[in-house]
Design a protein. Structure first.
Length: 330
């Protein structure tokens, strides 16, 4: 078997991640969480990494011995290092800031190399300057296998996701369009992100120039992988609401999720509320992007939130009004 054929075997779809029933006070409406923290590297980025490597192998850009390069400080680095190790390829990631981050250790444990660059935006040029293949998760945003897996598990009325590269919402939107499935796709967008204003105003190169405080989602500009035509609704979610919802999600499921899962949950609960008010029944799926102990020191920590000027209190009150902590309601 050739190296490429073996590589495509390694890059075949993995085990489906579970759906978790999430309690809501709305008779006839089911809210399910698609738990991507169950991926081997703990996040939705596992799917992006698989898709990026697969595309690169199919296009002949990565083969035996190719050094693979990426620029990110996020979960993508761990997922890509995981696949690089399985493919026996050298992996170098350029990360923003100073060394010592927990994620860098995880990459190194998988045999990858981390290089640190300031200012943060210099990571892209630095990565382009390294001999090898630059995966470029934003520039090449490959659609992945979430939709196929999800729609084999359940037929929801809405799926709610965040948008970073845009690949996930595009994957979902394309699948429902191509399969003529009556499911709508909502993107939950945090403060400072360009996706909500870009989508509302129909401006494809809208830019806020502001970084998102919700790791993994929300971008200073509309990225090339975001497909507004494949998205039915973009719901803006205040960062303090994302924090409150992430904490609520943890209280109910025990998962130490990141802020982005809170953003999606908050928007999903808004949809549930709208359905309830209209007397509709149905199923909403909300994505859990990742979970990790390191989030306990940020989104789940009151001192961290206060230092960022995020007051989750009013949103937590709102959640208590909207959601039952146990199935059946309290
Ligand atoms: C809940 C959630 N939705 C969506 C995304 C990002 O999706 P994409 O980069 O495909 O737009 C993330 C982060 O990876 C996430 O945590």
């Amino acid at each position: 078997m050739s190296w490429n054929a073996r590589a495509l075997d390694v890059l075949a779809a993995g085990e489906p991640t579970p759906l978790i029933d999430f309690p809501v006070q709305a008779p006839g409406i089911r809210l399910l969480l698609k738990d991507e923290s169950a991926q081997p590297t703990g996040s939705l980025r596992h799917r992006h990494a698989r898709a990026l490597f697969r595309q690169a192998v199919l296009d002949g850009l990565v083969t035996e011995g190719t050094t693979v390069v990426e620029a990110t400080g996020g979960n993508a680095a761990v997922a890509q290092a995981w696949f690089a190790r399985r493919l026996g390829l050298p992996y170098i990631v350029v990360m923003p800031g100073e060394r010592s981050r927990a994620r860098a250790r995880a990459v190194e444990e998988l045999g990858g190399e981390c290089r640190f660059v300031t200012p943060p935006l210099a990571i892209y040029d630095a990565a382009r300057g390294i001999p090898g293949h630059f995966l470029d998760q934003f520039g090449r945003a490959a659609e992945h296998d979430l939709a196929e897996e999800l729609f084999a598990q359940v037929r929801p009325d809405w799926v709610v996701t965040g948008a970073g590269t845009g690949a996930t919402s595009a994957t979902l939107g394309r699948w429902v369009r191509d399969h003529d499935v009556p499911c709508r796709i909502a993107v939950a967008d945090p403060d400072n992100s360009a996706y909500f204003p870009g989508w509302t105003l129909d401006v494809s190169d809208y830019a806020t120039g502001m970084p998102s405080r919700i790791e993994g989602i929300g971008r200073p500009r509309v990225e090339p992988g975001f497909r507004p035509d494949l998205v039915d609704l973009v719901i803006p979610v205040p960062d303090a609401a994302s924090v409150a919802a992430a904490r609520h999600l943890r209280a109910v499921t025990g998962l130490a999720v990141g802020g982005s899962s809170g953003t999606a949950l908050w928007a999903a609960l808004e949809l549930v509320e709208r359905m309830r008010a209209r007397g509709e029944s149905g199923t909403v799926v909300s994505l859990v992007g990742d979970a990790a102990d390191r989030h306990l020191a940020t989104y789940h920590d009151e001192a961290w939130a206060a230092a960022k000027g995020l007051d989750a209190g009013p949103y937590a009150d709102e959640l208590r009004r909207r959601v039952a902590l146990r199935p059946g309601g309290e």
